[in-house]
Design a protein around this ligand. Structure first.
Ligand SMILES: C[S@@+](CC[C@H](N)C(=O)[O-])C[C@H]1O[C@@H](n2cnc3c(N)ncnc32)[C@H](O)[C@@H]1O
Length: 209
């Protein structure tokens, strides 16, 4: 039986640029945990409709979500991506360049939390955040996103269902506990307008009031 996600994907033509990214991830021997195609399109749509000019991504991998975000950037907009591993940032940079976005992206290598502290000290502010790195740190990434946000900024967080583990009362590991906390923060923090999308592996979306 076709899933709703499969049905949705079949409506769209193959995306050659993004296929190249996925193939390059596999060729590098990495696990392809890029954002789902439907949510990639949603990132483009949200960035475009919100007029995003300064995007902060946490977790680059091979640049799949980076391309989706860059496609929606306003004229003169920039993407800063925080990535733990040099080899991932290097693959993402190469794929972004291949897609024509090499000039608008910068990478900061190392634990994202260190970079977030630095960005705050430097007074940097952003109008769009995409959180997609180590799950244990999602709550603290969300706190930083709210701290670094311009008014009206959009925050998106991927993998909020953790392939069902978030809903399973028997699963209580650190990533699961952190994700439950993140989802509750997104839903309840009075500084945010938000929603929770349960398709694919779950996406939380918010706007900073
Ligand atoms: C799910 S993948 C990102 C996928 C990417 N956003 C996309 O959709 O194309 C997670 C990435 O986060 C990176 N990562 C893991 N822990 C991190 C940390 N503490 N700081 C920064 N990046 C981290 C991993 O190396 C990996 O590249």
């Amino acid at each position: 039986m076709t899933t709703p996600e499969q049905y949705g994907e079949e409506l769209y033509a193959e995306d050659e640029q993004l296929n190249i990214v996925k193939q390059s991830i596999l060729d590098s021997g990495m696990r392809d945990v890029s954002i789902a195609p439907g949510y990639g399109r949603l990132l483009t749509l949200l960035a475009k409709s919100s007029g995003a000019k300064s995007v902060l991504e946490i977790g680059a991998l091979g640049g799949y979500s980076g391309i989706c975000l860059a496609r929606g950037l306003a004229e003169g907009g920039r993407l800063l991506s925080l990535e733990l591993k040099e080899e991932n940032a290097s693959l993402a940079r190469s794929n972004m360049t291949e897609a024509g976005y090499g000039e608008i992206v910068d990478y900061r290598i190392g634990p994202a939390l260190d970079s977030l502290i630095e960005l705050d000290q430097q007074g940097e502010r952003f109008d769009f955040f995409f959180i997609d790195a180590d799950k244990e740190n999602y709550p603290v990434y969300l706190e930083y996103a709210m701290k670094l946000a311009l008014p009206g900024a959009i925050i998106a967080g991927d993998n909020t269902l953790l392939r069902g583990r978030t809903l399973n009362p028997e699963k209580n590991g650190p990533a699961v506990l952190a994700m439950r906390k993140f989802n509750e923060m997104i839903a309840r923090d009075e500084r945010l307008l938000s929603t929770f999308l349960p398709a694919y592996d779950g996406l939380a979306l918010a706007m900073v009031k």
